[in-house]
Design a protein around this ligand. Sequence first.
Ligand code: CP
Length: 308
Amino acid sequence: MISIKNLLTSEELYKEDIDEIVNLANDIIKSPLDFSNICDGKILGTLFFEPSTRTRLSFESAMIRLGGSVVGFSDANVSSSTKGESLQDTVRTVSQYADIIAMRHPQEGAAKLASLTADCPIINAGDGGHQHPTQTLTDVLTISQYKGTLENHTIGLVGDLKYGRTVHSLLKVMNLFDNNNFILIAPEELKLPTYVKEDVFKDKHNYIETTNLDEAMDKVDILYMTRIQKERFFSMSQYTRLKDSYILDKSKLKKAREDMIIMHPLPRVNEISTDVDKDPRAVYFNQVKYGMYVRMALIMKLLEANNA
Ligand code: CP
């Protein structure tokens, strides 16, 4: 059984929890029909106060594939929060209808706040620039599927390492596993913040920082591309200057290893050219599918932990 009752941050996951969720997801992938009635009669609430395509729909699809049902909203403007209802009251209300809630909110710490008043488990589906732990589980399952192990990888992370919440969580989780090394590729202005570096690496020196994607290309087993997060910038002129910092196209892949994989949490803007999509190393649309399977596993594990 996993050690947590809610999933609020990826930090609270122990290595054993991750192994348990990933192993169950791998079992579901092998034999999905064996799990199609596991959540009969259960209801997932999806409270999305911020836009989403993958996270919301994969959660909903996950619950339906487990035999359960879904209630919720995809736009805060159709909820009573527009009348001034607090987040705590909204979540407490929905937890009277649902057995488990996945929520996305622009405020950092919103999922933690929700967990204090909810009468059911809360899954953080993104809270501002803070955390997106189910994206991390998606990424980890994808690595496990393609590489067969979560150890011994050189991972290149590219783009907006300052605001990219998926990068911060992925670094932390992959650093729990042995012998992983990291190449952090970002413009000076979007480097991994010092507080994240101190938190992730502590006394380990298993990373290098560079601004040069081409130089790193032949060294990585996993290339994790990210979008420059326009919505987190305070200055649009800075965004405009930085938005095209790294554009991965077919020609740049010439130096890459044959068994490298290219990941991206999506959505992309222009940082991966569409001519890369057909390259067998481009796995980002399969990554999307693994997101659904890992959320199936997470829903099962959290319901089990809360019924124990
Ligand atoms: N990766 C991700 O969180 O996508 P959405 O914003 O579409 O949910």
